[in-house]
Design a protein around this ligand. Structure first.
Ligand SMILES: Nc1ncnc2c1ncn2[C@@H]1O[C@H](COP(=O)(O)OP(=O)(O)OP(=O)(O)O)[C@@H](O)[C@H]1O
Ligand SMILES: [Mg+2]
Length: 259
């Protein structure tokens, strides 16, 4: 199962990714969680200890690795470098592990305008493609905005994309834009997940205003999200309601994807 999680800024993508990771792990499945946000925070949402997180570095910042694999310095434009560097060992070697959940931080690539080709962007692209095509665990990619950085080849290998939206017109508007972009790169299985819902009327609002996407499930607004964040706790353990909601989303996906 390979999932990409997107949506407008601040809607709850990282929170959902963290909950899904634990819901899959609770089923005894191995999980690779990928933080594609240039300022990583999935590790915190997963409740990984500060010490564990200090032990890993975003891949795009690993200058020696970039040099070793591509034959060129990070940030070097033009020049020669390998366009298909070896990446298959990276997820296991450079991720943090906690309770069957592996976390890999991609880090940021200074694109210097669109269409940039630099060693670190080639390395990341190869890495993501390799993960989507060759890994056999559950892969969850916490994306930071739209889908622009998901290339065509990688998009082909995503089983589904979850677009997260709050019960607001704006976040549903962004969901519609993301749906269009995802359509352009031919991701066919697109679902909406309602986030921070307080009550039935919030659920109805999302159902009614979904931009033509099936609503896969909802994650309730819950003060435990703040509590887990402040105390470095695992939200999934702290909030049984949210854990059950995440399990329901996992079950719904299993039904759809294995069909
Ligand atoms: N179910 C929820 N209940 C209450 N608060 C929530 C919930 N989900 C997320 N939040 C809060 O909303 C904020 C944004 O959440 P989160 O980081 O998960 O969103 P995001 O979409 O990943 O944001 P970004 O676009 O910055 O990556 C956080 O302060 C978080 O505590
Ligand atoms: Mg986030």
């Amino acid at each position: 199962m390979k999932l990409a999680i997107t949506g407008k800024g601040g809607v709850g993508k990282t929170t959902l990714t963290g909950l899904l990771a634990y819901a899959y792990a609770a089923q005894g499945r191995k999980v690779l969680a990928i933080d594609a946000d240039p300022s990583p925070c999935l590790g915190d949402a997963l409740g990984f200890s500060k010490e564990t997180l200090r032990g890993i570095q975003p891949i795009a910042e690993m200058e020696e690795l970039i040099l070793e694999r591509t034959g060129a310095q990070k940030g070097q434009y033009g020049g020669y470098f390998k366009i298909n560097p070896r990446v298959d060992d990276i997820p296991d070697r450079f991720s943090a592990l906690n309770r069957d959940i592996k976390l890999l931080q991609l880090g940021s690539v200074d694109t210097g305008g669109s269409g940039c080709i630099c060693p670190e962007s080639v390395l990341l692209k190869s890495l993501v493609t390799n993960i989507l095509l060759a890994r056999n665990e559950v892969v969850l990619m916490d994306m930071y905005a739209g889908v622009e950085h998901l290339g065509r080849a990688t998009a082909d290998s995503v089983d589904a994309m979850l677009i997260v939206a709050e019960p607001t017109a704006r976040s549903l508007g962004t969901a519609a834009q993301i749906r269009d972009l995802a359509g352009d790169i031919k991701i066919t299985r697109l679902f909406l997940v309602g986030s921070k819902v307080r009550d039935e009327s919030d659920r109805e609002f999302i159902q009614k205003n979904s931009p033509g996407l099936n609503v896969l499930g909802f994650i309730s607004a819950d003060p435990a999200v703040l509590e887990a964040d402040r105390n470095g706790l695992v939200l999934y353990d702290l909030a049984p309601t949210l854990a059950a909601e995440a399990q329901a989303i996992v079950a719904a996906l299993d039904q759809i994807i294995t069909k």
